[in-house]
Design a protein around this ligand. Structure first.
Ligand code: PGA
Ligand code: MG
Length: 216
């Protein structure tokens, strides 16, 4: 059966509210005013170090503070990774359906691996997820194709399908030569038509029907 690899933030889970809370706790710790959910949400997609780069740029802070800000943000985030985070509608049922059909399932995210595993487990989504590759699992992260290829390798396969929400995921899939199924309800920055994709869907109830014809 074709393996199916999922992105996490903005794909399986709406996680921006907890990322937002952790960023604002970190900013509070350095005497900065909070940012809005929309602003922080627009910084999600390339991993925590890039998110902090964007915060520094946005607030015109000293780039020398980057590593301390990343550490503080992660400390706050790891303490509460799923207080406000929820699976998108239909995600638990979709994972059950694909697992029952025999598709090997995995996650390839730019979120660090430890909190990614915690989020999956706290939300009861981890049962059928056979492998998790995070933004810190390898030296390169999406849109580099290496993490996606590595995720398929952990499942014992060379390729499969990738399901994600963003420009980063679409580019990663394209560079890895993997068919990409685009969830339109996540944290994409531009129009759907700007992202190379094999198929697009707006509810996870529709995904199982797309996986079979797209299988490689
Ligand atoms: O943490 C991020 O910046 C993005 O994570 P994702 O790859 O699961 O969308
Ligand atoms: Mg995402």
């Amino acid at each position: 059966m074709t393996p199916v690899v999922f992105d996490l933030d903005g794909t399986l889970v709406h996680s921006a509210p907890d990322i937002h809370a952790a960023v604002n706790r970190m900013l509070d710790g350095i005497g900065q005013a909070p940012l809005t959910l929309a602003t922080v949400g627009s910084f999600v997609g390339r991993g925590v170090p890039s998110l902090v780069d964007r915060v520094i740029e946005h607030l015109d802070l000293d780039p020398g503070r980057h590593d301390d800000m990343v550490a503080a943000m992660l400390e706050h985030y790891n303490r509460a990774p799923a207080d406000l985070t929820r699976p998108y509608p239909g995600v638990p049922e979709m994972l059950e359906t694909l697992a029952a059909r025999g598709h090997p399932l995995a996650v390839c995210t730019n979120k660090p691996e430890a909190p990614a595993r915690r989020v999956l487990s706290l939300l009861g989504l981890g049962t059928h997820i056979a492998a998790v590759v995070g933004g810190d699992s390898l030296s390169r992260r999406k849109p580099d194709p290496a993490p996606l290829r590595h995720t398929f390798a952990l499942l014992g396969h060379e390729t499969g399908l990738f399901v994600g929400d963003s420009e980063v995921d679409a580019e990663c899939a394209q560079r890895a030569g993997v068919p990409f199924l685009l969830f339109s309800g996540g944290y994409r920055k531009g129009p759907v038509t700007d992202l190379p994709h094999h198929a697009v869907f707006d509810h996870f109830g529709d995904l199982a029907g797309l996986v079979a014809p797209a299988s490689v």
